[in-house]
Write a protein that binds this ligand. Structure first.
Ligand code: GLP
Length: 239
């Protein structure tokens, strides 16, 4: 596992953007993408670099980690809305080549099976990850088996409270989500995890130094053959 420690959030985002631009030299790259506040700076830089003609998403395909059950592209809290606003609307990507689980699917189990087959059919050159304060990746909460595939999850109270800052009221945070499984995350050719701020320091420590154990889902990344962490100083404080 390669660990890069940067001074602050902006530097973390720059470093991540450089890594993504390296991957995008392959015109038909497949990107595994993530939501949350952490990758916003990276996505801004990718939009800027695309507008400057330095990179193109023309033949790129993307597959996202997760989506809330019950939210669709018209909901400002949905991950599909977030991805359109933060990245896809600002770059030259064909939206037909962008994929997220469908939070509005009537049959959630069938949607999980469809998404799992899709993920399996795409070879991701890179999988971007954020990190939950409790060590979750995607929405794979502590206790999730390392070989899990795309599945529906009940979010922990911890995660609901963390994510409630993005909603008007904590009661509005959906209680369920569809997430790519840890088994599928691990199949990506490379993994890039970003973490910023002191609230992530304990999870970062468990990810890097703890036992590989499903109490900290992210600890499995210790066994990935090509995993890079880009952290800012505050997130790396307990290493
Ligand atoms: C959510 C997402 C994760 C994300 C995590 C951290 O629960 N499902 O994919 O990594 O939160 O979010 P943030 O980057 O906002 O701290």
């Amino acid at each position: 596992m390669q660990i890069i420690i940067t001074e602050n959030y902006n530097e973390m985002s720059e470093k991540a953007a450089d890594i993504f631009c390296g991957v995008l030299k392959k015109p038909n790259a497949v990107l595994g993408l993530a939501t949350g506040s952490t990758p916003i700076g990276l996505y801004k830089l990718l939009v800027e670099r695309c507008r400057a003609g330095l990179i193109s998403f023309k033949d790129v395909r993307t597959v996202n980690l997760d989506e809330y059950v019950g939210l669709g592209k018209e909901d400002e809290q949905s991950y599909v809305w977030f991805m359109n606003k933060m990245l896809f609307d600002g770059v030259d990507i064909d939206k037909a080549n962008t994929h997220l689980p469908n939070g509005l699917a009537a049959d959630v189990a069938a949607e999980c099976a469809r998404y799992s087959a899709l993920v399996n059919s795409l070879h991701r050159d890179i999988q971007l990850l954020g990190l939950g304060g409790n060590g979750h990746i995607g929405f794979n909460e502590p206790g999730t088996p390392f070989d899990s595939l795309t599945h529906e999850v009940a979010l922990t109270m911890n995660t609901i409270m963390d994510n409630s800052r993005l909603f008007a009221r904590a009661e509005d945070v959906p209680r369920r989500a569809i997430t790519m499984g840890i088994g599928e995350i691990m199949q990506a050719g490379s993994v890039l995890l970003l973490a910023s701020g002191g609230a992530k320091a304990k999870a970062v420590k468990e990810l890097v130094k703890g036992p590989v154990c499903c109490d900290c889902p992210a600890s499995i990344l210790q066994t990935h053959p090509n995993c890079t962490l880009v952290l800012d100083r505050a997130a790396a404080a307990m290493l």
